[in-house]
Design a binder for this molecule. Structure first.
Ligand SMILES: [Zn+2]
Length: 456
């Protein structure tokens, strides 16, 4: 008979043009001159999960035993960074490993199988030629119902200096769906394969010689080397605390000890950048008493109008997303536009009315890779003032200006912008005024007058 139920098209819910964070990683700067190009994004946590994947089960117990002792010690000492693990202070090793395997955020729940825990023969049929590494890497997921293959073909090409991966490919459907988001993602299978390569390189009998070396090759390059204690912590964050990839990588990339020193040089010299992937799912917004339909439509309209003006002025999208105000309550993923040494970021978030961040870089700019922002410095404390702040994408300390796209003071680089945005900014006017009154460091009445936001 079939299913005769008539499916009515759902009315498209209104959604805010807010970029929901999904992944955060490093990205080798493209050698292509003209954007747009597809960035490659490397997640440091993939090296940790990859190393964990190939680690024999017995070694995993030893690793978590050591980690649990260490975390209990940190808790006793009152280490504030250990506080997230306070629930584990009474755990035995058995309880911890049971939670990782079968708990509510555990491996079984997430992947439908314990293959990631068992770590048996993860890499097979590996072959390392002069510059190309191929292998079949075990799937992490249960394949029964979804017809998931049990092994994926993974290919990694090294450049001639052995310091990067000009081409990466994984057959898995996760890799495919991540690719749809606009980047070539470095995945956990690649992390597993490279960790295995390194071990077999140093000891040809390791992993039953899962990788064959065609000829003498240089030691394989790994931008990140994650020690077992950090590896255990990555796993606990994911499979016990249930944290998302974005937050885990943000935390991990703040640790200097995981970087190969030559990789830090590449960040320093601008050959490697930081980039973030956003979810294709947008945030649906429901009008409520305090949040009218107009409030939702305004940022959508403002965002698209602003983008058109930015393009018209010769700026082009580069990379996927830049993070502004990282680590603060105003942290936002922004589209990144560039024109020579000038950068524009369109900030659309739930916490703040639309803003533009303008940055200008200079060859003399210093780098601060492991920067921390002052939590108490509100974005509205110094609008229109020239500041020097760290650009999260390049980690360079650049000339920065926070611009209110409404004001009569136009931004020289996008002269038409403010005039175009003014008529549609609507309700945000009072929000700008309110935030300036609350947070501006200088004479706020004078600034409000200058910005045309003084209504009396
Ligand atoms: Zn993969």
């Amino acid at each position: 008979m079939g299913n005769n139920k008539l499916v009515l098209p759902m009315k498209q819910p209104l959604s805010l043009p807010i970029r929901q964070p999904l992944y955060y990683g490093v990205s080798p700067k493209s050698t292509q001159d003209d954007p747009p190009y597809r960035p490659q994004i490397i997640l440091a946590s993939s090296y940790a999960r990859g190393s964990f994947f190939i680690r024999p089960e017995q070694e995993k117990y030893i690793m978590f035993g050591l980690w649990l002792d260490k975390i209990k010690e940190r808790l006793r000492e009152g280490d504030p960074s250990a506080e997230v693990y306070s629930d584990l202070s009474s755990y035995s090793l058995d309880e911890l490993t049971a939670a990782i395997k079968n708990g509510k955020n555990g491996i079984k729940k997430k992947h439908g199988t314990l293959k990631l825990w068992k770590g048996e023969e993860v890499v097979a049929l590996g072959n390392m030629g002069q510059n190309i590494l191929t292998a079949r890497v075990k799937s992490k997921r249960w394949g029964g119902r979804n017809n998931v293959a049990s092994r994926w073909l993974v290919e990694i090409n090294f450049d001639e200096y052995g310091t990067g991966y000009p081409y990466i490919k994984c057959q898995s459907d996760e890799h495919f769906w991540d690719g749809v988001k606009g980047a070539d993602m470095f995945c956990d299978h690649m992390g597993a394969l490279l960790t295995c390569l390194k071990e077999v390189y140093n000891n040809p009998d390791a992993y039953k010689g899962a990788i064959r070396f065609e000829e003498h090759v240089k030691e394989p390059y790994m931008p990140f080397l994650i020690n077992p204690m950090l590896e255990a912590e990555v796993i606990v964050k994911r499979y016990v605390l249930g944290q998302n990839y974005y937050d885990i990588d943000k935390w991990l990339l703040d640790k200097k000890e995981i970087y190969d020193p030559s990789y830090l040089d590449k960040i320093e010299t601008g050959k490697v950048l930081y980039d973030a992937v956003h979810s294709k799912r947008t945030k649906a917004a429901k009008p409520t008493n305090s949040f009218t339909k107009g409030d939702i439509l305004a940022p959508c309209k403002v965002a698209s109008v602003m983008e058109k003006c930015i393009y018209k002025s010769g700026f082009r999208r580069v990379g996927l997303n830049a993070v502004e105000f990282r680590g603060t309550e105003w942290e936002t993923l922004c589209a990144n536009y560039e024109k020579g040494n000038k950068t524009l970021r369109l900030l659309i978030s739930e916490q703040l009315p639309p803003l533009l961040i303008y940055r200008e870089s200079n060859p003399a700019d210093k780098t601060d890779i492991f920067y921390k922002l002052h939590e108490e410095e509100h974005p509205f404390s110094r609008p229109y003032q020239e500041q020097r702040t760290v650009d999260d994408r390049t980690r360079k300390i650049t000339k920065t200006k926070i611009v209110i796209p409404y004001s009569p003071i136009p931004l020289r680089e996008v002269p038409e912008l403010n005039e175009t945005v003014r008529p549609i900014i609507g309700n945000f006017k009072s929000r700008y005024a309110e935030l300036i009154r609350e947070h501006y460091d200088g004479d706020n009445e004078e600034l409000l007058k200058k910005l045309g936001l003084k209504f009396s």
